[in-house]
Ligand binder design. Structure first.
Ligand code: NAG
Length: 123
């Protein structure tokens, strides 16, 4: 593990258990890099592979990239911008819908780092 760690640098870490939310709740999908590292300048992607387009939220060149985003999430997602410098890539999802239930991938594509967050939505 140690040798693997030295060659790959930081890891993207998600929660060990599913995140549970009710319809219309606001919810945080947790994701962060370990050890903590400033990721403000990285490309950060929240995606769902069962959707087309698959992008839930994309951060690039120090800002949100809006036009590739899946329309179902328009205006409902945000990163905690002040936390990015601490390696915190958690996503805030507002006004949760039943269709938000699924598995989200949180990734830093250029570093080939990713982790998964499962969201369960109750009525
Ligand atoms: C990331 O930021 C969110 C929102 O402030 C917070 O709830 C969460 O605990 C933070 N995660 C870490 C690992 O600091």
């Amino acid at each position: 593990f140690l040798i693997h760690y030295i060659f790959t640098g930081c890891q993207v870490v998600g929660p060990h258990q599913p995140v549970v939310a009710l319809v219309d709740d606001d919810v945080i999908l947790p994701c962060h890099v370990e050890p903590a590292e400033d990721v403000t300048a990285e490309i950060l992607e929240w995606t769902r592979f069962d959707l087309n387009p698959r992008f839930v939220h994309v951060w690039r060149s120090g800002q949100d990239l809006v036009n590739t985003r899946n329309p179902s999430y328009r205006g409902r997602t945000s990163l905690f911008i002040n936390e990015l410098k601490l390696g915190n890539i958690s996503l805030k999802l507002s006004r949760v819908k039943l269709s938000d239930e699924g598995t989200y991938e949180c990734s830093i594509p250029l570093m080939e780092k990713k982790s998964f967050v499962k969201l369960v939505v109750g009525k």
